[in-house]
Ligand binder design. Structure first.
Ligand code: C5P
Length: 226
C-alpha cells in the first residue's frame, strides 16, 4: 500500500533533506512546497510588486492566474527543480532576498488556495512525501504519517548560513538568524494555515541528531504504516 507522508516544521530544520531521502528509498514522489511559495515570491519581485519592504497584495492577487508553478527533474542532482512559467528558477529562489519576502507572501489566502489545490492534486494517488508548513494540517489532514520537525533557531541558522556560504552568497550569520526567527514568527502567527503541530504528528527535534539516524527513525515509522 502507498501512503502519504507529511513533513512540517520550522525553517531550515532539514525537512527537505529527510523528505528527499524517504522519497528516494520508498520510490515516492517528493514535493518541496516551500519552493512553490518561493517561486511565487520571485514572480512578485520580478513584476516589481515588492518595494521598500512592502508588497502590492492586490496586484499580486490579480496576476495569480498568470503564475504557473511546475517541477522538472534535474538530471545531475536527481532532485525536482521548481519552474516559474516554464523557466527553471531553482538557482534564484534560495537567496536571502527571496527568504525575506516569502513569509509575508505566504500569508495571502489567494496564494495559499492556489498552491494547496495544486499540492492536493499532486498527492491524489498517494505515494508522496511533501514538506512544508501546513501539509499535515491543511493539505493532507488524513496523511498516514505526519512528522513535525524542530531544532533550535541558532542551529537552524548555522545550517542555512553554511548553505548560503557554500553557494557563494555574501551573508552574515546574524542576518540569517534574524531571517529564521522572523519567518518563524510570521509562519506561526498568520491567520490562514499557521504553522502548528497537527494533533497526530510525531515531533522530532534534530538539534543534536545526525541526518542518518533521523532518516532511519522516520523510515521505520513509514514502514510501520505501509
Ligand atoms: O520550506 P521553506 O523554508 O523553503 O519555505 C519558505 C517559506 O514558504 C516559509 O517560511 C513559509 O512562509 C512558506 N511556506 C508556507 N507553507 C508551506 C511551505 C512554505 O507558508 N507549505
Amino acid at each position: 500500500m502507498k501512503i502519504t507522508i507529511a513533513i512540517d516544521g520550522y525553517s531550515s530544520t532539514g525537512k527537505s533533506t529527510v523528505a528527499k531521502q524517504l522519497a528516494d528509498w520508498l520510490e515516492y514522489i517528493y514535493v518541496d512546497t516551500g519552493a512553490m511559495y518561493r517561486a511565487v515570491t520571485l514572480y512578485a519581485m520580478r513584476e516589481g510588486l515588492i518595494s521598500d519592504g512592502f508588497f502590492d497584495k492586490e496586484s499580486l492577487i490579480k496576476k495569480l492566474d498568470e503564475v504557473e508553478i511546475t517541477f522538472v527533474k534535474n538530471s545531475s542532482t536527481g532532485k525536482a527543480d521548481v519552474c516559474l512559467n516554464g523557466e527553471n528558477v531553482e538557482s534564484y529562489i534560495r537567496t536571502l532576498e527571496v527568504s525575506s519576502f516569502v513569509s509575508p507572501i505566504a500569508t495571502v489566502s489567494e496564494v495559499r488556495a492556489k498552491l494547496v489545490e495544486q499540492q492536493q492534486r499532486m498527492g491524489e494517488a498517494k505515494g508522496i512525501v511533501m514538506d512544508g508548513r501546513d501539509i499535515g494540517t491543511v493539505v493532507f489532514p488524513n496523511a498516514e504519517l505526519k512528522i513535525f520537525m524542530t531544532a533550535s533557531a541558532e542551529e537552524r541558522a548555522k545550517r542555512r548560513y553554511n548553505e548560503l556560504l557554500e553557494r557563494g552568497d555574501a551573508v552574515t550569520y546574524e542576518s540569517v538568524l534574524s531571517n529564521v526567527i522572523e519567518r518563524d514568527t510570521i509562519d506561526t502567527t498568520r491567520e490562514d494555515s499557521p504553522l502548528v503541530k497537527a494533533a497526530d504528528a510525531i515531533e522530532i527535534d534534530n538539534t543534536e541528531t545526525n541526518v542518518e539516524d533521523q532518516f532511519h527513525t522516520i523510515l521505520q515509522l513509514a514502514k510501520d504504516r505501509i
